[in-house]
Write a protein that binds this ligand. Structure first.
Ligand code: NDP
Ligand code: GDR
Length: 321
């Protein structure tokens, strides 16, 4: 099968590409031009010789058309996005263009070229904002109430996916994914910032970890597990909207405690907070209920929160030595 991945050089794109190669598929991807060319393929360098890559950008309609024509995919995974919530407050217009309108560009290009191509859209728990059911969980029918430009852009894409499904009978699936991490996570996201900085402290390279809000809670899983869910969702007979989450929530403080505990670091000595890392509006707690996905596909997460953080710490110990 020919599969096209937008955002192939991102955290999820790189793991999904590995999974699809293992399954024997032809993997195509869109990468963005970077003035340092090694950054274009930084997370996929080890498999680059097995991939077909095209320059493109979700905001550039012509480049999407070209990539679709060249790759002739049966499935497109749309993983490209300006994916950082705090940065979406600093670049709200660009975030809407790339993360929201970018998906419309892709859906429209698929409709024009070949509406039989199946589309996966990486939707986000950020669309829920501070909305939850009475028991604190978010489910597929929990009302959306995004509180960030990123969340609003993702909601635009989510609704567009449903509209293309209903209007044109296209196979467009929304995976509503909760936070997922790995050693390949950008180091300006919470988990990898904590792991990298804590290892630097333990090696005497820096003195303090400086964070924003310590009390928010997230449902953190592993990216490797979540790309398996993406693939499983695209094997279903019908398109759908489904939550992918572990169902377990931890606070920012829990992440710090686990990582500092592992490295025997003292929180009072090495942890500070600074409001510059806080967002203007914040989601207090996310915890996803993913029984729909589990029942439809048999998927379940295999890597625990603690195993994931340990893997990330081990990665940085090796990398920074
Ligand atoms: P990353 O930020 O690691 O990767 C995003 C990728 O998109 C990068 O390869 C980036 O390119 C590319 N990209 C950004 N803007 C554009 C654009 N305008 N045109 C083309 N490509 C672009 O994100 P993740 O891998 O963590 O997430 C994958 C997707 O899943 C994203 O859409 C994200 O919003 C969504 N998501 C992620 C969750 C998570 O916890 N990780 C949870 C829920 C949803 P470059 O390599 O050049 O920077
Ligand atoms: P999030 O992930 O915003 O949930 O979006 P992030 O790791 O950035 O933040 C998680 C929580 O930690 C708090 N926090 C900090 N966050 C960062 N980045 N840096 C800090 O210094 C810091 N201090 C505290 C945040 O306020 C937040 O509460 C991620 C992204 O991958 C999105 O693309 C995805 O859609 C959602 O997860 C689900």
């Amino acid at each position: 099968m020919n599969v096209l991945i937008t955002g192939i050089n991102g955290q999820d794109g790189s793991y999904l590409a590995e999974l699809l190669l293992e399954l024997g598929h032809n993997v195509h991807g869109i990468v963005r031009r970077n003035s340092q060319s090694e950054n274009q393929t930084s997370r996929i360098e080890h498999i680059r010789h097995q991939l077909n890559l095209y320059y493109g950008d979700l905001t550039d309609f012509a480049s999407i058309i070209t990539a679709l024509k060249k790759s002739e995919p049966q499935i497109v995974f749309n993983l490209a996005a300006q994916s950082h919530v705090k940065i979406s407050f600093e670049q709200p217009v660009y975030t809407m263009q790339a993360t929201g309108l970018g998906f419309l560009n892709l859906a429209e290009a698929v409709r024009i070229i070949n509406p039989a191509i199946k589309i996966f859209q990486a939707s986000s728990s950020e669309m829920f904002g501070n909305s939850s059911d009475g028991d604190g969980f978010q489910r597929e029918l929990t009302p959306f109430a995004p509180v960030s430009p990123y969340g609003i852009a993702k909601l635009m894409a989510y609704q567009t996916a449903i509209n293309y499904r209903d209007s044109y009978n296209m196979f467009v699936t929304n995976g509503i994914f909760f936070n997922h991490e790995s050693p390949r996570r950008g180091t300006n996201f919470l988990t990898n910032k904590v792991c990298k900085t804590a290892v630097e402290i333990s090696q005497g390279k820096t003195d303090a970890l400086v964070l924003g809000n310590m009390h928010t809670r997230r449902d953190w899983g592993h990216s490797k597990d979540y790309v398996k869910a993406m693939w499983a969702l695209m094997q279903l007979e019908k398109p759908t909207d489904a939550i992918c989450a572990t169902g377990i929530t931890h606070s920012v403080g829990d992440v710090v405690d686990h990582v500092f505990g592992r490295l025997k670091l003292n929180r009072t000595q090495h942890l500070r907070t600074d409001r510059k890392f806080e967002r203007p509006t914040e989601i207090l707690s996310l915890c996803g209920e993913s029984s729909k996905l589990r029942n439809l596909t048999g998927w379940k997460p295999e890597i625990s929160f603690e195993q994931m953080l340990d893997e990330m710490v081990d990665y940085w110990i090796k990398e920074l030595n």
